[in-house]
Design a binder for this molecule. Structure first.
Ligand code: GLN
Length: 203
């Protein structure tokens, strides 16, 4: 069974664990960098990106997650997790700097600080329930990045190979769609890695 880790330093961890289990994968709380060796994909949850970034540095996760990504193991960043993944963050230094997106924090106005809506997600090919809480938006993307959802003309979900980032909290609804999509991505990438390994053995 596929193992999906949820970075459990700060933020909405339990809800992701529950949705991952609902789509038939094993979910593991990740508190130490050594645990990354046991998982096939990683979720960086929503919460507060400055706090998550500080804890990543304190517990020596930056290089470990970068290596995890170098192996093309899928990473999903939701809300603050998306900010943590971004190569560029408006007005401040990036955290992991892995995904070629420029994000703006707290990009929605006061009266819209939090709201729930449904969005069409390319690849899932249906509407997905999404909760936005002091959400960031993706202001611009690099050429290898694909937009997979928009809300009122703004980019709110994007994919770059094995990296997936969404502005919203998919885990605060009962909709398992995004978790199913992410688990499918992990299946696809674990096949490709095995295939490459098999090739290097036969060569
Ligand atoms: N506003 C938060 C930040 O900048 C993100 C909010 C969230 O994850 N719901 O980190």
């Amino acid at each position: 069974m596929l193992k999906v880790g949820v970075l459990a330093l700060q933020g909405a961890v339990a809800e992701h664990i529950s949705l991952i289990e609902q789509v038939g994968a094993t979910a593991i709380q990740i508190k130490r960098k050594e645990q990354l060796a046991d998982i096939d994909g990683l979720i960086i949850p929503g919460g507060e990106s400055t706090t998550i970034g500080k804890l990543l540095r304190r517990f020596d996760f930056i290089e470990a997650i970068t290596q995890f990504s170098d192996q093309k193991k899928p990473i999903l960043g939701t809300c603050a997790g998306m900010i943590v993944l971004a190569k560029s963050v408006e007005g401040q230094e990036p955290h992991l700097g892995l995904m070629d997106i420029h994000v703006v924090r707290n990009a929605y106005g006061r009266q819209q600080e939090s709201f729930e809506t449904s969005l069409y997600l390319k690849g899932l090919e249906r509407q997905l329930q999404a909760v936005f809480i002091r959400a960031p938006l993706i202001d611009s993307i690099g050429e290898n990045v694909e937009v997979i959802a928009e809300h009122e003309g703004r980019i709110v979900a994007a994919k770059q190979e094995h990296l997936l980032a969404v502005s919203f909290h998919p885990e605060l609804t009962d909709d398992t769609g995004l978790h199913q999509y992410f688990v499918n991505m992990i299946k696809q990438y674990s096949k490709e890695t095995h295939h490459t390994k098999a090739l290097s053995i036969t060569n």
